[in-house]
Design a protein around this ligand. Structure first.
Ligand code: SF4
Length: 175
C-alpha cells in the first residue's frame, strides 16, 4: 500500500472565512511522488507538473490537488464528508499504485484547452456545417470534449491548413 497513513485538517478558505464549504488537507506520512505519472495517465483533464511534483484534477464539483506529501480537496460540507471523500481518494490512489504495471505512466504536462483559443483558430463565419449554430458554440463544445474537430469540414480545406495545424497541436497538448 502506498499511502499508509495521514493526518486530516479541515480549513475554510482564507479568502472566505466562515464559509459554509470547507477544504480538507491530508498530510501524508509517505512520499507519493512516484504515483503522480500514473494518476496523470488515467485522470482525464488532470493538470500535471512533473518537475514540480503536483497534479490537480476536477473530481465532480471538487478540486483535488495531489502533492508528494499532501492531498487537498475543496468544496466539502463538513468533517464527515471530508473524511469520507479523502478516504475514497486515498483508496483510489492506492489502487492505481497497485495496478501500476498495467498503466503506461505519463510525465508530459497536459495543457488546459481554452474555448477562446480554439475559437480563434476556427474559420469563422458561422456556416453551421458542423451542426452548431455558431463557431463559438462549436469551440466551447470542442474544448469540453463534446464534439470532434473533424466536424468542422471547412477547417480541412487547403485555405485553412495553417489554422488546422495549430488547432491540432493545441488538441494534442491537451490530450
Ligand atoms: S463548421 Fe466550422 S466554420 Fe462552420 S460553424 Fe462550424 S465551426 Fe464554424
Amino acid at each position: 500500500m502506498l499511502i499508509q497513513g495521514y493526518k486530516l485538517e479541515l480549513v475554510s478558505p482564507a479568502c472566505d472565512p466562515g464559509t459554509a464549504r470547507w477544504s480538507a488537507f491530508a498530510r501524508l506520512e509517505d512520499d507519493i511522488r512516484a504515483v503522480l505519472p500514473y494518476l496523470n495517465a488515467i485522470w482525464a483533464g488532470a493538470i500535471y507538473g512533473h518537475a514540480a511534483g503536483y497534479l490537480t484534477w476536477q473530481m465532480g464539483s471538487r478540486a483535488v490537488s495531489v502533492r508528494p506529501r499532501e492531498l487537498a480537496v475543496s468544496n466539502l460540507a463538513d468533517k464527515d464528508e471530508a473524511e469520507a471523500v479523502v478516504a475514497q481518494l486515498v483508496e483510489t490512489i492506492n489502487d492505481v499504485w497497485e495496478r501500476r504495471d498495467e498503466i503506461a505512466p505519463r510525465t508530459r504536462r497536459r495543457e488546459r484547452l481554452r474555448a477562446l483559443d480554439v475559437y480563434r483558430l476556427l474559420p469563422g463565419g458561422n456556416c453551421k456545417t458542423c451542426g452548431e449554430p455558431t463557431c463559438f458554440i462549436f469551440a466551447n463544445k470542442l474544448a469540453a470534449g463534446q464534439v470532434t474537430v473533424a466536424a468542422c469540414t471547412l477547417l480541412y480545406t487547403d485555405e485553412h491548413q495553417g489554422q488546422r495545424a495549430q488547432l491540432l497541436a493545441l488538441l494534442d497538448a491537451a490530450a
